[in-house]
Design a protein around this ligand. Structure first.
Ligand SMILES: [Zn+2]
Length: 1153
């Protein structure tokens, strides 16, 4: 079988394909997915042409600098209706002070559970993991351990009895990871396909029809696909020298290679009759700066008739010249015999020569009729199929140097793996919104035919790099933001002012609205308001409005939010040192609560609760000499025993809080209580926020399945035998609806829950996660938590989580121009109706994915428009609206859709769609549906956009050429195809985590980054070039780093030079390297410094602090590592990339036949 990832097909070359047999995955081939609803039309007023660099408008300022309202609530009364139990200094307060040092202790290998995913949230702009937090200048001096004074009642201690027997009932499923056992069944060497039709071609030379080289990449990364050349097609003269095949960039790689016109396939003649009318050369919009526009493809005759280009690289391609960066370049390497040039050679040379490749390019004579003898069986060469590394590298080199300017409708942004700056000139930055396609079909029939999902992945509060400007805050005065009278869309760059500026026509619904007198402005001769550049809402894609009281709950401006820390003080939590660790950390962390702009101190108030089977509330009012504890043992009907003194200002109550945090670990040091409650803890926090009439966040630190008698009590229902049965879905569902109802109440109050879990066994993440998930919170999980090895990771996550930007009591609505509408939503939130996404809290890392369907026809002229409006309360209690606008193109030709898709975003959507599907359908059904949908997407392209070619050739659209490899990674993921070492809690955890991930996170999560450390340049800050995730790419003499956003592995080959081992690990031989290290030793040599700084750099880029795992080649832990070599066949039965590609090809052929 041949693989051709071209946009438009290569010429048919009639080599018969040996049928390949079968892909051994269990029953592939699902049912067609439901189609898209139909619709008709809507127009919007089009993008604003020619943006100028916005001038800093007057009258508004970056939101950061907005003065806050200050914290209104004062807590002064000193009454409590309940008699408090005073906690005195029963024991000497710990001498503490400084947080425990980061340790580099060893991790017990037995616990190196795969289950320990990383945590932490926050990705941009967060202090580096190890970086010291900055102390706000204004902060008050911290008074360590104020004198413990009076009193204290010890009565509360009586409640701790001996550990109940019930603990024993907890299951032990998580214990004893089976990593070691699985080793026996090692996967076959990568790349060895099974039964695939392709075998290694005997000879060198040209491609045979079935040869591996079929796949034809072309590099113009964003450019329209021109075409299809079948890859590898003969550029006869430019065979490349036998270069090492490995992961390096193939020599042939020519940035900006212009596809031969002939291959464009867009010309009418190239279409098979079935496609209907000839396609006009549709170019989506004007060429974008920095973007390649392949010229109108056009009317060129298809390849068959065009003369063969002289050579792939230098030949004058009949096609239109490429613009911008992508112009054709001269070959960087002289043609060398033995290797086929693959179109632009982006994907590595062909490993083996391919016989029988008659024609060169498409258009070459021999092409279509391949008379040769049947090719010998051969396997598909992994180097000849689309390489994620190559695509990433190409995008970086093509698009990383120029800023991405958002002034033009429908521009496809650079990949998430490319570093680029964004200039907002009227459309939201891709950091806020990414779409699966930037050119959407005009009709629902067309959308349905293509099966390409239309979705936007939105991160409304995304952190921006320091070089980019935060959204400006606009104040429209007492009457609030100017909006359309009918659809209520907010003023934006696409509204059209008419009648001399007295009215404006809505770009979403076309309704005409009067301009309020205070907002009136004259128009210039082009119809543009003269204050256009002074108003962010007229010239920028993203900005904020100050909300009026009409946008507030109960028509009252909100109070500043509160943070409540709720610490499990049961036996395991105390014994592991966790309680002490948390208390120590909070003493300093409380000085870093989120602040608005340049405020001197945070407006956020704090409160403290500890719990096991009962709850302990603490009065930390500033006027007290010592904190007071109140115990609530009636957990069936939770209430908050004190109103005043529970939520306090950190600076005012500093002494009392410090005293409390010193005392908590001592008070529970001898506890024998092992049972915990959980729902009452959330209820308590919720009630406290209700009493205080504010929104807020609960930080719950929890260790075990809540089996104590209380509402929300759970039982251990883990059962891995359910895997691959119709009941598997129950493992992902909560075991009681109690938590769903609780979540609903929390959302109504703006009570967001962040949950830190420290399980030693099953604790039912699927159920405990319901409230965090539905309130927009985060879940962190540290299985088998050990102070020495895990405290760094936990503390870094906690610091990031506490400090990160978050909006409270948030509601998001996405409006669209007529013709499409938002129909489905994915993420961590709650919905009480079909349009409003409600989140008790929304932080800077959380993503909401929105799917759109047609309800009318769209127009190419007007395009389509999205407006995401997020109403939220800032950390200082200010009510605001954040608006993001994005304009997209619309097309009547499928080719335009296929050349403007974004595969990373598509995968983000598909993963979320599948991960939600497992809640209601058998996992196999979900997998089959995914495969089927992607096969339909690719088959539609093949049928309608690619030039006719042999059925044996797999033809992929240029911008979807990675769809198969990435899709396979999703199919092999722990949720959809768990290996034996993956626990039920891991799966539930990952399922929820992925649902809120942005595109960059899903990209590296599903296709991890693998870096050869020994190739790192110790004198530069750069990272070594990544390599493909396959075992065959690893050399025994090298050391590699693999990261997926949750874990970092350092893999050491058995033949690594002793000097390197000494430099990195400080030991003299391979056998002495400890695989229980959780950090690398700090050694003063260039290699050690380089590797450690690389790891620090990676940690900062991710929203959670990744767990470091050292893996020695041939060690038992290597099985865990191999799980992440996603191009290889997996132990859990997941297909290798090569095999999966063969399978997809088969699926596509079936659909086309
Ligand atoms: Zn409207």
């Amino acid at each position: 079988m041949s693989v051709n990832q071209q946009a438009h097909a290569g010429p048919p070359y009639g080599q018969p394909q040996p049928g390949y047999q079968g892909y051994q995955q269990p029953a592939y081939g699902g049912q067609p997915l439901p189609g898209v609803p139909q619709s008709q039309y809507g127009a919007y007023n089009g993008p604003m042409p020619g943006y100028q660099q916005p001038v800093p408008p007057q009258g508004y300022f970056p939101s950061l600098g907005f003065p806050s309202k200050g914290s209104p609530v004062s807590l002064n009364s000193d009454t409590s209706s309940l008699a408090p139990n005073f906690i005195g200094s029963l024991r000497a307060p710990p001498t503490s002070g400084a947080p425990p040092p980061a340790s580099g202790a060893s991790l017990p290998s037995g616990h190196l559970a795969y289950s320990q995913f990383g945590h932490g949230d926050v990705q941009n702009g967060i202090p580096a993991s190890a970086a010291p937090m900055q102390r706000p200048p204004a902060s008050q001096p911290f008074l360590p351990g104020s004198a413990p004074t009076p009193v204290s009642q010890t009565s509360t201690f009586q409640q701790y009895g001996p550990p109940p027997a019930s603990v024993q009932q907890l299951s032990n499923h998580m214990a004893g990871m089976t990593i070691g056992n699985t080793a026996a069944s090692a996967p076959p060497p990568a790349g060895l396909g099974y039964g695939s039709p392709t075998s290694v071609p005997p000879v060198s030379g040209s491609f045979s029809a079935t040869g591996s080289g079929l796949y034809t990449p072309y590099t113009a990364s964003q450019g329209p696909p021109p075409t299809s050349v079948s890859q590898g097609l003969p550029l006869a003269q430019s065979p490349f020298p036998g270069q090492p095949v490995s992961a390096q960039r193939p020599p042939a790689q020519v940035p900006g290679f212009a596809p031969p016109p002939s291959s464009t396939g867009i010309g009418p003649s190239s279409y098979p009759p079935t496609t209907g009318a000839p396609r006009p050369p549709t170019m989506p919009g004007p060429p974008l700066p920095g973007q390649t526009v392949a010229g109108p493809p056009t009317s060129q005759p298809n390849h068959i008739s065009s003369p063969p280009p002289p050579s792939a690289m230098s030949g004058p391609h009949p096609g239109p010249p490429m613009s911008g960066l992508h112009g054709p370049l001269p070959p960087t390497h002289p043609p060398q015999p033995g290797y086929q040039m693959q179109q632009n050679g982006s994907f590595g040379q062909v490993r083996g020569p391919q016989p029988n490749y008659g024609g060169a390019y498409p258009g070459t004579p021999n092409y279509g009729s391949q008379p040769g003898p049947p090719p010998p069986p051969k396997r598909l060469d992994p180097d000849s199929i689309p390489s994620p590394i190559q695509v990433i590298e190409d995008d970086r080199s093509n698009r990383g140097s120029e800023p991405f300017v958002t002034g033009v409708r429908g521009q496809v942004p650079p990949l998430v793996t490319t570093n680029f700056l964004v200039k907002d000139q009227g459309n939201a930055s891709p950091r806020y919104i990414r779409c699966t396609s930037y050119n959407i079909p005009c009709t629902s029939d067309m959308a349905k035919q293509s099966q390409v999902p239309l979705a936007a992945v939105i991160k409304p509060l995304a952190t921006l790099p320091p070089e980019e400007t935060l959204p400006y805050l606009v104040d429209h005065g007492e009457s609030g933001p100017v909006r359309c009278n009918r659809c209520k869309a907010y003023m934006c760059p696409f509204m059209q002012f008419i009648e001399g500026g007295r009215r404006f026509q809505c770009c979403f619904c076309s309704c005409v609205t009067e301009v309020p007198p205070h907002y009136f402005q004259h128009l210039d001769h082009t119809g543009k308001r003269v204050d256009f550049y002074d108003r962010p809402e007229l010239s920028l894609g993203s900005y904020e409005f100050l909300a009026t009281v009409d946008y507030c709950k109960n028509n009252k401006f909100p109070s500043p939010p509160a943070f409540i820390f709720m610490i499990d003080v049961s036996y395991n939590a105390v014994k592991s040192g966790l309680v002490r660790l948390i208390c120590e950390e909070l003493k300093s962390l409380l000085d870093y609560l989120p602040r608005e702009g340049n405020m001197e101190e945070s407006a956020i108030r704090v409160g403290f609760v500890t719990y096991n089977k009962v709850l302990h509330f603490y009065n930390v009012k500033s006027s007290l000499a010592q904190p007071q504890m109140m115990v609530v043992s009636d957990v069936a009907d939770m209430f908050v025993p004190l109103l005043d003194g529970f939520l306090v200002n950190v600076n005012e109550s500093r002494t009392v809080i410090a005293s409390l945090l010193d005392q908590i670990p001592e008070m529970f040091a001898d506890t024998r209580e092992t049972e915990t409650v959980f729902a009452p803890v959330i209820q308590a926090g919720l009630e406290a926020l209700k009493e205080a009439e504010c929104a807020g966040k609960l930080f719950i630190f929890h260790t075990s399945l809540p089996i104590a008698e209380a509402p929300g009590k759970l039982k251990n229902r883990d059962d891995k035998k359910l895997i691959n049965t119709d009941k598997e879905k129950t493992l992902f569902q909560p075991q009681t609806s109690f938590y769903n109802n609780l979540a609903k109440d929390c959302v109504a109050q703006g009570c967001c829950v962040d949950l830190f879990l420290f399980p030693n066994q099953y604790l039912d993440v699927a159920t405990l996660g319901v409230v965090p998930y539905q309130t927009g919170g985060s879940i962190y999980k540290y299985a088998y938590f050990q102070l020495e090895t895990d405290q760094d990771r936990f503390l870094n996550d906690l610091r990031r989580d506490v400090q990160k930007e978050v909006g409270f009591d948030a509601v998001m609505r996405v409006r669209t121009s007529t013709g499409i509408r938002a129909t489905d939503f994915f993420g961590a939130f709650y919905m009480s109706n079909t349009t409003d996404v409600e989140m008790a809290g929304l932080d800077c890392d959380k993503t909401i994915t929105v799917e759109f369907k047609h309800d009318d026809k769209l127009s190419e002229d007007t395009g389509a428009l999205l407006q995401c409006a997020l109403l939220y309360t800032s950390c200082a209690g200010q009510r605001r609206l954040r608006i993001h606008n994005l304009s997209l193109n619309c097309c009547t030709q499928l080719a335009d859709l296929y050349r403007n898709c974004e595969t990373d975003t598509l995968i983000n959507y598909l993963a979320k769609y599948a991960y939600r599907g497992v809640l209601s359908s058998p996992v196999k059904t979900v997998r089959d549906a995914l495969i089927n949908q992607c096969a339909q997407i690719l088959a539609c392209y093949r049928k309608n956009c690619a030039s006719p070619s042999s059925a044996g050739q797999l033809i992929l659209p240029e911008c979807m050429k990675l769809l198969p490899v990435y899709l396979n990674c999703v199919l092999k993921s722990d949720v959809l195809q768990p290996g034996p070492e993956v626990t039920t809690d891991d799966r539930a955890y990952v399922r929820q985590l992925v649902t809120s991930m942005d595109v960059a996170e899903t990209n590296v999560f599903f296709y991890p980054r693998l870096l050869p450390l020994t190739k790192a340049d110790v004198d530069s800050d750069s990272l070594p070039a990544a390599i493909r995730n396959s075992e065959e790419r690893l050399s025994k003499g090298d050391i590699y780093l693999l990261e997926n956003g949750l874990n970092i592995f350092v893999w050491v080959g058995v033949n690594v030079q002793q000097g390197l081992i000494q430099s990195l690990f400080g030991v003299s031989s391979f056998s002495q390297i400890s695989n229980s290290l959780s950090t690398l030793p700090v050694l003063e040599n260039p290699f050690s410094k380089k590797v450690r700084s690389m790891i620090d750099m990676l940690q900062v880029q991710r929203s959670r602090y990744m767990k470091l795992i050292i893996v020695k080649q041939e060690d038992k832990l290597e099985m865990l590592f191999k799980h992440f070599l996603v191009e290889d066949k997996s132990l859990s039965g997941g297909a290798s990339y090569v095999d999966f590609l063969c399978h997809m090809h088969k699926e596509i052929r079936q659909l086309l036949s």
